[in-house]
Each structure stands twice: as C-alpha cells, then as structure tokens.
Design a binder for this molecule. Structure first.
Ligand code: CP
Length: 299
C-alpha cells in the first residue's frame, strides 16, 4: 500500500499534485466514494487539530469511522502497536491514521500492514500532513516557494513540524532560516541561525513553534516572560515585519510566550487558515492513498 509517513518520501511533482488536489477540495469540499470504506484514527498522543480535522476530512469524503480510543483499548492490556493495527486491518479498516510518541513507529509496520498508514505525528520525528497544510497556506499566499524567506522559530529540536518543513521547504526552493534558543538546535542547523531581531525583518513567513514542555528532559532556557522578550514574536517585533509577510504557527499556542496574544488573530496571522487548510490537505492525502489502494475509488 501507499503510506504517508515522511515528507522525504514525496517528490516535488507529487507534492504539487497533492497541493492541487487539496486546493480543489478547498474550492469544492464534498466528494463521495462509490463504495463503503472505513477509516480508523489511532491517536496514542493528545491531539485536537490533527485528529478532528482527519475526522472532518473522512466524513467529507463519505468514509465511515471505526472509533478507537487508546485509553479504553486492549493496548491497556499490553497489546502491541503492530497487533493493534493488524487487528484494525482484519476488522476491515481501509486506512489508518496513527499518532504515536515513538519516533519512526511506522518502521515496524510499513512492510507488514496491507492498508495505507498515514502518519499523524511520530514523537519528535515527522508530521507530513501538518507540512502539507503549511505548504498549501504558503502557496495560497505567495503562489510559489522559490525565493520565499521562511524563518522557523522556537523549539526546533523537539519539533516534528520543523523537521518535516525544513527539508521540504528547502527542496521546493525556499530560503529556510531558524531562530530561537541555540540550545534547542542541532549543530547542523546553526548556519541557518538568525536572531529574532533580524528574523522579523527578513521573513516572508514567520513560522513560530510551541515550546514542547512535555518533551523537555532539561530545564527551560528562560521563564515565559524572558522567553517572550528574547525569542518570542512580540507586538513590537511584529511591527518591523515586511508589509506582506505572514505569521504561521502549527498550534496549540502558548499565548504570550512564543507569540503575543494580540498577534494570534491579527491581520498577518494565518494560524486559523492553516487549521482550515488542514481539512483539505487531509482529504487530498486520504483520497490519494485510497485511490492508489482501490483504484478509481472516488466518484
Ligand atoms: N498542529 C497539531 O498537530 O495540532 P494537534 O496536536 O492538536 O493535532
């Protein structure tokens, strides 16, 4: 089956094809399958946007949902991820979406599960559908990726969004920079580093990231107020952004930490547009994998 696990698996033409399909869904959201198909969303880590927008996307496509809750499932009795997914496949799921804390959880599944697996986020690893919705949002805004200055700022080290986006944006021709605490960047990224004061003047896209407290084994680099002052996008810093530049954030947001409360819904912000686009790219991804699996599935 065709799985959607990392952005690295996608060639440029395939990425643009997927974004075009997502844009078609944005223009005309409903498209029904010509047979009954089941989707199961297996979320072993918390989620609001990814889980609910997959549900919306599945319902928009006319798929039936097989409900799964990790906390009330036999995972609690020790059943493995592999046996859980194999069980869903046996019961009749046609596609599974999985979010799991283990980085690259999908390596043990990809060659043994015979239905498409869509990665809804693996630990600090990858988040391909977030990346697709970010790409769609940038493409809608600027039409192209080539030459666009994207600054990814904040908790880079723990961010699967940063990892997925860095690689694909660079491959599509954007100039990708990083900002935030250097302690939260690998050495290989330091040549892309720009301090926030410079970043806000340079960026066409300021992509702010949440501090992932749940993944921090070490002490925070600064308290929330200090963090906001040094590394956050404050109202004062936002005033120095270029006239047509935009603010993005995958959310959830720590208001007044990485981004000022007043900027979350300001005219530059595309944060809620990103969430809306999440439904369309997930429809496109589901439709893509099911068409490959079933052949000419959707009417
Ligand atoms: N952006 C994102 O993945 O949000 P959730 O964790 O709420 O799904």
């Amino acid at each position: 089956p065709e799985h959607v696990l990392t952005m690295e698996d996608w060639g440029k033409d395939e990425i643009h094809g997927l974004l075009n399909k997502a844009q078609e869904f944005a223009n005309q959201p409903s498209k029904l399958p010509n047979q009954r198909l089941y989707a199961a969303n297996l979320f072993f880590e918390p989620s609001t946007r990814t889980k609910i927008s997959f549900e919306a996307a599945e319902r928009n496509l006319g798929l039936d949902l097989l409900h799964f809750e990790a906390d009330t499932s036999s995972v609690k009795k020790g059943e493995t991820l592999y046996d859980t997914v194999k069980t869903l496949e046996s019961i009749g799921a046609d596609v599974v979406v999985i979010r799991h804390a283990k980085e690259r959880y999908f390596d043990e599944l990809r060659h043994h599960i015979n239905i498409p697996i869509i990665n809804g986020g693996d630990g600090c690893g990858h988040h391909p559908t977030q990346s697709f919705l970010d790409l769609l949002t940038i493409k809608q805004e600027f039409g192209i990726f080539h030459g666009i200055n994207v600054v990814i700022a904040g908790d880079i080290f723990h961010s699967r969004v940063a990892r997925s986006n860095l690689e694909v944006l660079e491959r599509l021709g954007a100039n990708v920079y990083v900002s935030g605490p250097k302690e939260w960047m690998s050495k290989e990224l330091l040549h892309r580093y720009v301090p926030m004061d410079k970043a806000v003047e340079l960026a066409d896209v300021m992509m702010m990231l949440r501090i992932q407290h749940e993944r921090h084994a070490v002490k925070m680099v600064a308290g929330p107020d200090k963090y906001h002052e040094i590394y956050g996008l404050s109202e004062e810093k936002a005033q120095r952004m270029k006239p047509d530049s935009i603010i993005m954030h995958p959310a959830p947001i720590n208001r007044n930490v990485e981004i000022a409360d007043a900027l979350v819904e300001c005219s530059r912000s595309r944060i809620f547009k990103q969430m809306k686009n999440g439904v369309f790219v997930r429809m496109a991804v589901l439709s893509h994998v099911l068409e490959k699996q079933q052949g000419g599935l959707l009417t």
